[in-house]
Design a protein around this ligand. Sequence first.
Ligand SMILES: [Zn+2]
Length: 323
Amino acid sequence: MKWPLRIGLILLLVLAAAVAVIQCWRPGLADYAAHRYPDSPIPPGALTATWFGVTAVLLRDGQHAVMADPFFSRPPGMLNALLNRRIEPDEARISAWLQRAGVEHLDAVLVSHSHYDHAMDAGAVARLTGATLLGSESSLNIGRGAGLPESQLRRVEPGARYPFGSFGVRFIESAHAGATGGRPTGEIDAPLVPPARYLDYRLGGTYSIVVEHPQGRVLLHGSAGFRPGMLRGERADLVFLGVAAVDDLETYLRETVGTVGARRVIPTHWDDFWRPLEQPLRPLPLSRLDHILAGLRAHPELRVQTLEPGQTVALFQASSSPE
Ligand SMILES: [Zn+2]
């Protein structure tokens, strides 16, 4: 075999090995399973949470329901994202997951920011469930593109309280994780009609969302960034904490979980969202879920609890005191 051919072959093998490592070596699932939130009967009227991968969290109390960052479509294949192909909400899949979770009506769909992995299904979910979509003007443009009337859209004022039955929701201005690393910044300044390209889902505003309920307070912190001091004066019992692209976990924890005084953390946004939700979840490529969980465990004051997609759990004891 001639030398150039040999070198080419070796390079190809190295590349194949690198791809294999990226695909297969995703440590942390065993740790994740060890923290699994136990399944137990749900008392009537209990505030429950159901997680659907990434930062999609459904909160219900039997009377009312709000959902943050619904994202069921999960267009497959990282390569498609890298090539910035066109994507659109998969309404059959959305309906199937809503039905599986027993959701017919939602009071509100809350959008933390307008990247596709948080917002592309928000308009369709709001339309299918009669919900009001709350978010930045960019997120509202995703709603408009999905055919939502203005009466079902509400641009949020940071700090303002939006009541839905016993729920009170507030949006706190936050920052996106890390340098945006190729993810689109800026605004969606016109109705975004799908199919649209991955990069058309521009950031808009980024929010941390406080959900108040008589049974307890929940902080939905989707993107692993923050504005220093942004949560000062806020309280929460439990944080759904986005951990994708965390830069400095200790500082991040102090600014989020520590500031609000929460004792419980449910990690989100750790899963590879280029795979369908129907397949077993695995961590994002090149991420270290094992390190994140170890970093959380290093705080003995915190209880780390993990959820499986579609699993519904009661968040607090039936009494008004959080567990
Ligand atoms: Zn994002």
